[in-house]
Write a protein that binds this ligand. Sequence first.
Ligand code: SF4
Length: 348
Amino acid sequence: MTDFSQKITTWYKKNKRDLPWRNTQDPYKIWLSEIILQQTRVEQGMSYYFAFTENYPTIKHLAKAPIGEVMKTWQGLGYYSRARNIYATANTVVNEHKSVFPTTYDEILKLKGIGPYTAAAIASFCYNEAQAVVDGNVYRVLSRVFGIDTPIDSTAGKKQFQQLATEVLNKKKPGLHNQAIMEFGALQCKPQNPDCEICPLNTDCVAFAEDRIGVLPVKEKKTKVRTRYFYYLLIEDAKKNTLLRKRTAKDIWTELFEFPMIESDKELKPEKAMNDPLLKKIAGKQKYSLTKISTVQKHQLSHQTLYAHFVHIKTDGTLEATDDFILTKMKDIKQFALPRLIDRYLFG
Ligand code: SF4
C-alpha cells in the first residue's frame, strides 16, 4: 500500500491529542515522556511527566538530585527499574556526554533503559532520523492492516514487523509518521471493538475485509503469574519509632522502603509472624505484643499477584537501627519512597 503513511498522517493531523510532550523537540523531555508512558496510560503518566519536568527542568537537575527523591517522585507509577534507569542515564549523559543528549539512534540505544523503540522515538521525533518505531500500537495496526498472523512476541514476528514498519515509514518525515501510527493505534485501531466504519484505512485493511480483527495481532506465549504472600511487621516501640529497610535485591521495588517482611510462597496464618525468628531478632530483650492484623491486601502486578498482611506489633522498649534496618518515627514514613501497596494501606 503506497499511501499508508499519507493516510495515517492526514488522520493524525485531524485527530491527535494535544499532549505536552508533543509541543517540544527537547530530547530530554521526549525521553522522559517515553519512559513514563511505557506500561502506563497517558492519563496516569501526565501528572508524573509534569512532576519530573518541574522538579528537574534539565537533565543536569535530574542527575544531581538524590536517588531517594527521584524514587519518591516516581512512587505509584510501578516498574521501578524505569526510575533507576533514568537516573543512571541522566548521570551518564551529564558525565560522559557533557550534559548533551546523544543525537543519533545508535548512540541513544547505548544508554541504560533505552531499547530500540525508545531510541527510534527520540531519534525520529527530535532529529528526524529515519528509524521506525514498533510498539504495541504499531504491532496491532500493521498486523491488522496487512493481515499478518506471525506472533508478535516471536523472534520471527519481531523481525517481520520491524521490517514492515521500516518499509512503510515515510523517510522524509519519520517523526510525524511514527507519532501518527502510534496515535492511530491508540485512538482508532484500538485493541477492542475499533470503529472500522469511520477508519480511513478500511478499504485497504485485510483484517476488516476478512473479519479477523478480533484475532489479530497474535501472541504466542501466555504470561505466567506468580503468587507471593507478604507479612509485614509494623513494629512500633515505646517512642513511636519503627523500622524500615530498603529493598536492594534484584526483585520488584528495588530502592523502595518497606517494613521488615516475612515472605512465603504459600499462605500462612498471619499470627504466625509473632513467632518468626526475624521478629525475635529485632525485638531482642524487649517484650512485644500483637495489636492488630490487617485484612488481606491484594496487589496485582503484571506478572505477580501479591497478598499482604500488616501485622501491627508494640514493644515496651526502644528499637535500634541495624545494617539491614533504619530507624524512623512512625509519623515520618510518608517521606520515604514506598511501594504503592504499603502507601495505600497506610495513607489510603
Ligand atoms: S479498518 Fe479497523 S482494524 Fe483495520 S486499521 Fe481501521 S480500525 Fe484497524
